[in-house]
Write a protein that binds this ligand. Structure first.
Ligand code: KIV
Length: 262
């Protein structure tokens, strides 16, 4: 999928399904399942690296995982998530780092923030780098928010979010992620914008949805937010497989003749 095709989904009323991936194997599985948009999310800080939040993830980490995904993806639109402090310091640093994502094989980047990042969005898009916005509960600001909380419940906060997305669209984003906001606010924003909205914890009215792959597969259970629906139970399956393997090795039941060379 490319950026104009992404926009076509909204124009034709077809929902977009986005998922994160961080490596070659899962990229292959995601594509075999027919999903067409992959976000190499900085959520890898938690689900791959074991950190409590996304703040420790570096450009090197993100470029490494973006290469693994982009090298494997055949059809999917690969979006690289710009990590904390890779675009906040200056417009120049933001453009340089965004360019590195495209050189690593991503077709677009995602950055968090509203009016505070419009100069970054304008500069990146001016130089041919497609940008996805991300507002609401933006995880890189978790310390300022005092935890992972629903945003936009209060009228002033909702109004501020509306101003943010209008400014982002004006600046040239090709889509906006709405994270953890009330469903009705997400509907208002989705109706207002011409670019697609992609929700995570933002209800059913968005133009598409995104989930962290390990959450939807039931692999990661350190912290399961209300908006996550586990479509699989891979952690339970993995535990069972490993326990059976150990049991069979201990009892001398594995390997059998079948798994041995003669
Ligand atoms: O890092 C990430 O995976 C994300 C999405 C869940 C939106 O930002």
């Amino acid at each position: 999928m490319n950026i104009p095709e992404f926009q076509q989904y909204k124009n034709s009323g077809k929902k977009l399904t986005v998922v994160t991936a961080y490596d070659a194997l899962f990229t292959q599985i995601v594509e075999q399942a027919g999903l067409e948009v992959i976000l190499v999310g900085d959520s890898l800080g938690m689900v791959v690296q074991g950190h409590a939040n996304t703040l420790s993830v570096t450009m090197d980490d993100m470029l490494y995982h973006t290469r693994l995904v982009a090298r494997t993806a055949r059809q999917a639109l690969v979006i690289g998530d710009m990590p904390f402090m890779s675009y906040q310091v200056s417009v120049e640093e933001g453009i340089r780092h965004a360019g590195q994502f495209l050189q690593a094989g991503a077709a677009a980047v995602k950055i968090e923030g509203g009016r505070s990042v419009v100069d970054r969005v304008e500069a990146m898009t001016r130089f041919g780098i497609p940008v996805m916005g991300h507002v609401g509960m933006t995880p890189q600001s978790v310390n300022q928010f005092g935890g992972y909380k629903v945003k936009g419940k209060m009228p002033e906060e909702a109004q501020s979010l509306v101003e943010d997305v209008k400014a982002l669209e004006q600046a040239g984003v090709f889509a906006v992620v709405l994270e953890c906001i009330p469903a009705l606010l997400a509907k208002q924003v989705t109706d207002l914008l011409t670019v697609p909205t992609i929700g995570i914890g933002a209800g059913p009215h968005c133009d598409g949805q995104v989930l962290v792959l390990y959450d939807l597969l039931g692999l990661y259970d350190d912290f399961v937010p209300k908006f996550v629906k586990p479509y699989g139970h891979l952690k339970a399956d993995a535990l069972q497989a490993l326990q059976r393997y150990r049991e069979e090795v201990e009892r001398g039941k594995f390997p059998t003749d079948h798994e041995s060379y003669h």
